[in-house]
Design a protein around this ligand. Structure first.
Ligand code: DC
Length: 229
């Protein structure tokens, strides 16, 4: 069977990762969550005092540190998905903290950070057989991807999904706080000069506001099956 690259882009909390994970599981593909990679660099910057509480970044120092920021994914049978490691430390939980979510839009706006991560993402996908989700996968990282999907969902629904996720993980955050964070990140995603969130011309749109993962899987499987046979 032919191996392809599946690029999934879209807004924060539009369900990209759950969808991409289900596709990867069904087709035995590698799932790469590029948002987690931007979060990992943000976490590194926070840990190393390269971003302060006002959001000011020591950009020169961060750029110098990029070669020392080793990001890897390793399959974790406990969660039936990959865990993300930063210089050998598993950081799945840490990168989901609200403080990281608050700062990630600043770090992901730095062109050198993007160049570095895009190169890494291309390397990870060079053998194909990957489902990669992010904001610029179909436009910048893999403009020749065989299948591109652009996901959207109503902002209120996205905020509620994130709220449920965090509540279930025992995190105390208000829906209002999450809504504000999502709107701020949407704005940063759309207006970023390098790698902004944009639907690739040849991407298929999927509004999943009212669709279950099963319904989305039916929709996408039909398309993938045609491409791989
Ligand atoms: O998918 P996510 O919400 O975990 O992404 C975290 C942040 O990283 C989000 O603010 C946008 C940014 N991001 C990006 O700029 N480019 C990507 N390919 C993926 C994520």
């Amino acid at each position: 069977m032919r191996k392809i690259i599946i690029a999934i882009d879209g807004y924060s909390s539009s369900g990209k990762s759950s969808f991409a994970k289900s596709i990867a599981k069904k087709y035995g593909y590698i799932f790469i969550d590029t948002g987690a990679m931007y979060r990992a660099v943000t976490f590194y910057a926070m840990q190393n005092g390269l971003i302060d509480s006002t959001g000011a970044v020591d950009t020169a120092e961060l750029i110098k540190s990029l070669p020392q920021i080793k990001i890897t994914f390793r399959y974790n049978p406990d969660i039936e998905a990959s865990s993300i490691y930063l210089n050998g430390q598993k950081i799945d939980e840490q990168i989901r903290e609200v403080t990281v979510s608050d700062n990630v839009y600043i770090i992901s706006g730095i062109p050198e950070v993007r160049e570095h991560l895009v190169a890494l993402q291309r390397e990870m996908g060079k053998e194909k057989g990957v489902v990669m989700d992010g904001r610029d996968i179909g436009t910048v990282v893999f403009p020749d991807a065989e299948l591109k999907i652009f996901m959207t969902a109503d902002p209120e629904i996205r905020a509620m999904r994130r709220y449920m996720e965090l509540s279930q993980a025992g995190k105390k955050v208000s829906l209002e706080e999450i809504t504000q964070n999502i709107l701020k990140r949407d704005n940063a995603d759309i207006t970023r000069t390098v790698g902004p969130l944009k639907k690739a011309e040849d991407a298929l749109s999927l509004d999943n506001s009212n669709l279950s993962v099963e319904q989305q899987m039916m929709w996408v499987s039909e398309k993938i099956d045609k491409l791989i046979k």
